[in-house]
Every structure is written in structure tokens, then in C-alpha cells.
Design a protein around this ligand. Structure first.
Ligand code: TEU
Ligand code: CA
Length: 555
């Protein structure tokens, strides 16, 4: 059972929480975080120089996007050697140093585990490709043509068919992502054993856990066009747990685009011995047109957001654990997406922080979110690095979409929005590099940067820092029950947390207009815990919220 209670002593509860239940995790996209040698690419030594900054913020763990050897077709999510470090990022000595230096600051390193696929330049695939009789052939998913064509209609998430023809052997291999990311065949026992060995190599180094890339795809049955949530998925995860991290005190989080609360319990019910938690994406899809792609957007309905997030808050109970996030390296910046990154930049960035960080679950901060970094607009496809956007551009152009429409959707949803270099200060290239950055720096770095945030007691950074401290000091945030308050206007998201006789109210205005709420039953309070406007009291019978105003108050 997930509980902080393991028993009682003299009528007093004895508490035992998992460290990751009280933690806040910070995601680093190494390529864009900090360059240390002027080649324009972030690296491990760069991260090491910024650990003091992260310690100051107060986080407990870093989710490190892939740092393994890779030809970078998908920026490290195409791994050619799991037990070596990408040349541009440094060496294994640097990695060991990072783990040690982080540990000194009580920060754990969570590795990104990308095992649905490898790079086509991985030794296993190089062998596999050599022919039908090669011992590694079955490490990947090869199929004969059907009627002289591809085996079926499975599509790659990066556009086009998921099948690539190999002239030499006359067979197709499966790639649910790019052609350079062939899918591993998880049905093959040797594949699983290789993965367990590799995971144990990292566990022995002392890493704090794994973030598991598209883990819901490993149980696929390509011949039936089943990709997500295949029948053997949970069997594999139980085997993984048993053979690798089961005896370590680590955080494991699965990336699961197709998870419902019921599915999330399969992954994260401690009794089932699979993962600590999953990333669910139901709220992330709310601005997407039904049945269409992520590029086909519609405005967010705040009521829908309330419904979805509240469902996740209340449905896992003791049979699972939530992760809480707005951003990652695949998603547009939240302040630009659903907030207001001009007039109410600071207010709306803090509103999203307060709303999310006082919920139940483990919060994740994506680099730059804590200083309010924004999306970065482009006007031409030549400015794009991301393979997903580039492939989509070509495909939609061929389908007759106009260049303008496609660029507009890339500006709204493209992954490069999150990947522009971290903005450290107002010097050239935002202090990210002394060379030429691999991806352009957002021109707003002169105003939005770490140095400016640290110098302003009222900054977005200090709001995040305060939220992290509040979580450390108040078990109600970690363990309290969640109740949505429904009797408020649509643009207001209000909920209560309740724990051992104490009640907190969290109120957030999603609109760029002021709004009034009347909830006399909540009385009044001067016990403000955090707020994004100056506020010394709350009178619920007659409460006027300013644009994007958010606060938490003890009732
Ligand atoms: O993401 C999975 C994934 O499906 C994303 O590509 C996402 O769906 C897309 O951006 C939204 O349409 C993981 C990684 O987070 C991503 O960076 C990788 O490109 C992908 O897997 C392949 O490894
Ligand atoms: Ca570098």
C-alpha cells in the first residue's frame, strides 16, 4: 500500500514514505542546458557547474534526458551505445563526477531509459541488418512484404509508414519513430536480458532511477497493429523490476501516452511491483482536435482541465501515485501555451506553478520553466532542428497544407520551443555558450534569465523555490485528500487539500480578466501560504481575483 503509515507506536503513527513521494524532480535536456567548452552544445561538465543553482532551487532529483552515445537523429533518443557517453557531452568520468557531485547536494540522477528502440547505428542493429541468419536478426522486428508491399498500415509517430524496406534481405523492419530508430523485439529473451544487464550497470553506478521512454509500446504486436498497452507489457515490467531495480530504493517513471487511471494503477500499484509512477498525458491533449494530430489545435477548455486533473487526483488512491507536470522536452512552454507570455508573463507563469505544485503527486519542473521561459517563434522551416517537425512539414506540404499553416502549428506545438538554450544571463547567447549555439537562443533572454530572476525577490524562480520548500515543510501537500470546488466560474480552478483536520484552499484564475467569486461558507483567512499578487487576507464571501491571480490559503 502506498501510505506514509506503516504502523503505530504509543498511538503515534510511524511514518515511512518513499523519498520520491516527497521529492520535486527537475528535468535537464543536456544539449541545451550549459555548454562548458564553447562548441555550442551543452555537456556534463556544464551541468556540474550549475548544480549549486539547482540545490538553491531545492530539487531532490534530476531527470537527465539521454546522454548515451548517439548519432543524434532524435537528439539522443536514438542510442547507439547504452554504456558510453555521447562524445559531445563528455566521458564516463564526467558522468561519474556528475553523480558524485549531485549526491553531495542530496540530488539523485534519474537516467532516461530508451529501450523501445535503439539507433540503427547500435551494434545490435548493425548485426541484425546483415541478414536473416545473423544471431541478432531477431533482436528487431523484421517482416516479409505482403503482396509486394509493406506488411501493414502502421504509421511512424514521426510521419510516414512505420516499415522501412531493406533491399538486401528483402524484408521490412519496424520503426515507430524515425527510420534511424528501429524497434527492439521485446519478445526475444536475449533482448530483455541485455536490457536488464545494462540497467544493472547504471544502478551499480548509483543512479537514482529511470524515466522510461515510451514504455507503453514495448508489448506491441505489430502484426495486429497493436502498439500501446500490448498484452505482455506488464509481464515485462514485472520481470524488469525483479531483475533490476526491485532491490534498490529508486524512482521509476514510465512515459505512457495512453494511460487512463485504471491503466496507471497497473503500472504503479506497489503490490504489482512495477513502477513508482507514470506520466499520463490526458491534460496535455486537451487543446487537440478530437481524432486529429497534435498539430491540429483548439482552445483549452478550463472546465475540461479541471475535470481531467481532478479525476487523476482522486482516482489513484492508495493504488498508485501521480506525477505532476506541464512541460517537458517534447511540449510547448506552458506559459505560452495556456498562459499569457506578454502582459501577464510573471503572473501566469506563477499561476501554473502554484496550481500544480500544491496537488498530490511528484512534481516535475522542466529546465527554464522556473524562470518562465517561453516558446520561440520561427518563420521558416530552415530554423527547425527537430525531426518530428521537419517530417511533418514535408508530409503536410505534400498533402496540400500551406506553408503558413504548418509553420503556425510548429510555433504552437513544435518541440524546439522547449529546446532552445537555457537562459542564464543577459550576456551573448544567454550565458549558455561562448560559441555558436546548436539551436538559436530565444531573443527574449535579455529580460528572461536566471540572473534577473535571482536578483528579484518577487521572481518566478522564488515562487518555485517557495513551493518546493512548502512541500518539504507540509505533509498536507504530499498526503492530503484533494477536493475540487465546483461552485466557481469556469475560468477559476479551485481545490482543497485536507489532512489531519487541516484544510488548505488553492485558487487560480485562468483568465486575463478579473473575476469575482462568492463562497461565504469558506469564511475569511489571513493565513496566506503563497500568492502571485500582494495579498494579506482572503474574504471568500466576496473575493475578487485579478488576471491570472493564484494563491493558497489555510482555512
Ligand atoms: O516521446 C514519445 C513521443 O511519442 C513523442 O515523440 C511525442 O509523442 C511527440 O512529441 C508528441 O507528438 C519520447 C521522447 O520523450 C521523445 O523525445 C522521443 O523523440 C521519442 O520518445 C522517441 O524516443
Ligand atoms: Ca560543449
Amino acid at each position: 500500500m502506498i501510505s506514509r503509515t506503516t504502523g503505530t507506536r504509543n498511538g503515534v503513527l510511524v511514518l515511512k514514505a518513499k523519498w520520491w513521494q516527497t521529492a520535486v524532480v527537475y528535468q535537464i535536456y543536456p544539449r541545451s542546458f550549459q555548454d562548458s567548452n564553447g562548441d555550442g552544445i551543452g555537456d556534463l561538465q556544464g551541468i556540474i557547474t550549475r548544480l549549486d543553482y539547482l540545490e538553491n532551487l531545492g530539487i531532490s532529483a534530476i531527470w537527465l534526458s539521454p546522454v548515451y552515445q548517439s548519432p543524434n537523429d532524435d537528439n539522443g533518443y536514438d542510442i547507439s551505445d547504452y554504456q558510453n557517453i555521447m562524445t559531445e557531452f563528455g566521458t564516463m568520468e564526467d558522468m561519474d563526477e556528475l553523480i558524485k557531485q549531485a549526491e553531495k547536494r542530496n540530488i539523485k540522477i534519474i537516467m532516461d531509459l530508451v529501450v523501445n528502440h535503439t539507433s540503427d547505428e547500435h551494434q545490435w542493429f548493425i548485426e541484425s541488418r546483415k541478414g536473416k541468419d545473423n544471431p541478432y536478426r531477431d533482436y528487431y522486428i523484421w517482416r516479409d512484404p505482403v503482396n509486394g508491399r509493406k506488411p501493414n498500415d502502421l504509421r511512424s509517430i514521426f510521419s510516414g509508414s512505420a516499415w522501412e524496406f531493406d533491399e538486401e534481405s528483402g524484408q521490412y523492419y519496424l520503426h515507430l519513430f524515425s527510420k534511424k530508430q528501429p524497434d527492439l523485439n521485446w519478445e526475444n529473451e536475449s533482448v530483455r536480458q541485455e536490457v536488464w544487464d545494462m540497467m544493472n550497470f547504471w544502478l551499480e553506478k548509483g543512479v537514482g532511477g529511470f524515466r522510461m521512454d515510451v514504455i507503453d509500446l514495448i508489448g506491441k504486436i505489430p502484426d495486429q497493429e497493436i502498439t500501446g498497452n500490448g498484452p505482455k507489457l506488464h509481464e515485462y515490467l514485472q520481470e524488469m523490476n525483479e531483475k533490476t531495480f526491485g532491490n534498490y530504493d529508486v524512482l521509476t517513471v514510465g512515459e505512457t501516452w495512453g494511460a487512463t487511471p485504471e491503466i496507471a494503477k497497473l503500472y504503479s500499484n506497489p503490490k504489482r511491483k512495477e513502477l513508482s509512477m507514470v506520466f499520463q498525458f490526458e491534460h496535455i491533449g486537451l487543446d487537440q482536435q478530437e481524432g486529429k494530430d497534435k498539430w491540429d489545435t483548439k482552445p483549452l477548455s478550463v472546465n475540461e482541465l479541471k475535470k481531467v486533473l481532478s479525476k487523476w487526483q482522486t482516482s489513484l488512491g492508495n493504488e498508485g501515485w501521480n506525477s505532476l507536470f506541464w512541460n517537458n522536452h517534447d511540449l510547448p512552454r506552458i506559459v505560452s501555451r495556456w498562459g499569457n507570455d506578454t502582459t501577464y508573463h510573471k503572473e501566469s507563469a506563477k499561476m501554473f506553478a502554484i496550481l500544480l505544485h500544491l496537488m498530490k503527486g511528484t512534481p516535475y519542473i522542466y529546465q527554464g520553466e522556473e524562470i518562465g521561459m517561453t516558446n520561440c517563434k520561427i518563420t521558416d522551416i530552415s530554423e527547425v532542428n527537430d525531426i518530428e517537425s521537419i517530417n511533418m512539414y514535408k508530409e503536410r506540404l505534400a498533402q496540400g497544407y500551406s506553408k503558413e499553416e504548418i509553420i503556425d502549428s510548429i510555433n504552437k506545438k513544435g518541440r524546439d520551443n522547449a529546446r532552445t538554450p537555457m537562459q542564464w544571463d543577459n550576456s551573448e547567447n544567454a550565458g549558455f555558450t561562448t560559441g555558436t549555439p546548436w539551436l538559436r537562443v530565444n531573443p527574449n533572454y535579455k529580460e528572461i534569465n536566471v540572473t534577473a530572476n535571482l536578483a528579484d525577490a518577487n521572481s518566478i524562480f522564488y515562487c518555485y523555490k517557495q513551493l518546493i520548500q512548502l512541500r518539504k515543510d507540509n505533509p498536507i501537500i504530499v498526503w492530503g485528500d484533494y477536493v475540487l470546488v465546483e461552485e466557481v466560474p469556469e475560468q477559476v480552478f479551485m481545490y482543497l487539500r485536507k489532512f489531519e483536520g487541516e484544510t488548505w484552499a488553492v485558487v487560480a484564475n485562468f483568465g486575463d480578466q478579473a473575476v469575482a467569486i462568492q463562497l461565504p461558507e469558506f469564511g475569511q483567512s489571513t493565513r496566506i501560504l503563497i500568492a502571485n499578487y500582494p495579498r494579506s487576507s482572503v474574504e471568500f464571501s466576496q473575493l475578487e481575483l485579478k488576471p491570472y491571480e493564484a494563491f493558497a490559503v489555510k482555512l
